[in-house]
Write a protein of this length. Structure first.
Length: 296
C-alpha cells in the first residue's frame, strides 16, 4: 500500500476547534482512506444519528493529490462497485432499478414510493437542465473557458427540493472547480462523509469528473493548465459501528491487495469522446470500455 502523507493534527481544544479544518492528504485512495480512519479513531466523538451510531470527526479536508490514483484496492470488490456506480452516474437515472441498485442492493432501501432516489450524482452533473447551457457540466466549462479566474464554476447537488422526509438526502452539497497557481482544482462540499462506504467511491467519481473537466478545457485551447488536487471538504465524517471492523482493517500494514491485477484506470484521452460515450451509452473510449468491463 502506498505511503501516507498525513497532515492532520490530533485533538483540538474547545477554544480553537471552531476555527480550524484538519487536512488529511494522500496521493492514493487507499492511503487517503487509511489516513481518514486514523484521524477519526484519534479525534472522533460518539454520535447517534438516523443512519446509526458512529464515531464522528468534524471539519476534515480529504485531499487526493493525485486524482488519477483513484482505485480502492485494499477491499475486495471495491473496483467493481466503483465501476457500477460510474455506469449508474453515466445513465443519470434517478430510478434506482435503472442504475444504483446494480451497484448494491442497499440503494433499494432508500427509494421512494415511485422507485426513485436522489443520490445519482451523474444526474446533476450531466442532465440537470440549466437554461441556455443544457447542463451544469456545460455551465462550468463555459465559465472557466471564458475566465480561468471564475468563481462561478459550481455544480449543485443537494437541491432545495430535497428538503423533505426523503430517506435519501444527498451527502454532497456542491462541486466547485477553480484555477489557482496554474492548476485546476476540484473542491467538493460534503455535509457528511462515511470514510468506509462513502469516501473511496465519492472521491473516485469526483476525481474522474475533475480529470474530465481538465481535459475538456485543454481541448478547448486552454494552454499550460495543470491538474491539481481533488478535495472533499467534509463537515462531518464518520465510522459507523456496523462497519467499524472494516475501517480498522484498512489500517493494518499487512492488508491484502484485493485486486492485484488492476493497477489503474486508463487516463482520459479525449474529453469530447468520453462525453459522447456517457451520453450515448457507448464504450468507444478506452476508459469507458475499462469501466464497463470491470463493472462485471
Amino acid at each position: 500500500m502506498n505511503s501516507i502523507d498525513q497532515s492532520f493534527e490530533l485533538p483540538l481544544s474547545p477554544a480553537n476547534f471552531e476555527t480550524r479544518f484538519v487536512d488529511v492528504r494522500a496521493n492514493s485512495i487507499d492511503a487517503l482512506v487509511e489516513a481518514g480512519v486514523r484521524n477519526i479513531l484519534a479525534t472522533g466523538h460518539r454520535v447517534a444519528v438516523r443512519a446509526g451510531e458512529a464515531l464522528q470527526a468534524y471539519g476534515v479536508n480529504y485531499i487526493l493529490s493525485d486524482p488519477l490514483n483513484r482505485l480502492h484496492l485494499t477491499r475486495a470488490g471495491a473496483v467493481r462497485y466503483l465501476c457500477r456506480e460510474f455506469l449508474a452516474y453515466f445513465s443519470g437515472s434517478l430510478r434506482v432499478a435503472d442504475g444504483l441498485s446494480h451497484a448494491a442492493p442497499f440503494w433499494e432501501s432508500l427509494q421512494d414510493k415511485d422507485g426513485r432516489i436522489n443520490s445519482n450524482y451523474g444526474h446533476y452533473v450531466f442532465y440537470e437542465p440549466v437554461e441556455g447551457y443544457g447542463s451544469q457540466y456545460n455551465w462550468i466549462i463555459q465559465r472557466l473557458s471564458e475566465n480561468l479566474d471564475s468563481r462561478r464554476a459550481i455544480i449543485n447537488i443537494n437541491q432545495n427540493y430535497h428538503k423533505s422526509d426523503t430517506l435519501d438526502f444527498p451527502c454532497t452539497v456542491a462541486i466547485q472547480f477553480y484555477v489557482r497557481g496554474g492548476s485546476l482544482y476540484c473542491e467538493v462540499l460534503s455535509r457528511s462523509t462515511d470514510v468506509v462506504t462513502g469516501l473511496p467511491y465519492d472521491m473516485g467519481f469526483f476525481s474522474f469528473l475533475h480529470e474530465l473537466v481538465f481535459n475538456d478545457l485543454i481541448e478547448r485551447g486552454i494552454k499550460g493548465l495543470r491538474l491539481g488536487s481533488t478535495i472533499i471538504k467534509a463537515s462531518f465524517t464518520q465510522i459507523y459501528d456496523r462497519t467499524f471492523n472494516k475501517a480498522v482493517s484498512v489500517t493494518k500494514k499487512n492488508a491484502v491487495i484485493a485486486d492485484d491485477l488492476i493497477l489503474s484506470m486508463p487516463p482520459i484521452q479525449s474529453a469530447s469522446e468520453v462525453l459522447a460515450d456517457i451520453y450515448n451509452g457507448t464504450t468507444r473510449t478506452p476508459v469507458v470500455a475499462w469501466i464497463t468491463e470491470h463493472a462485471n
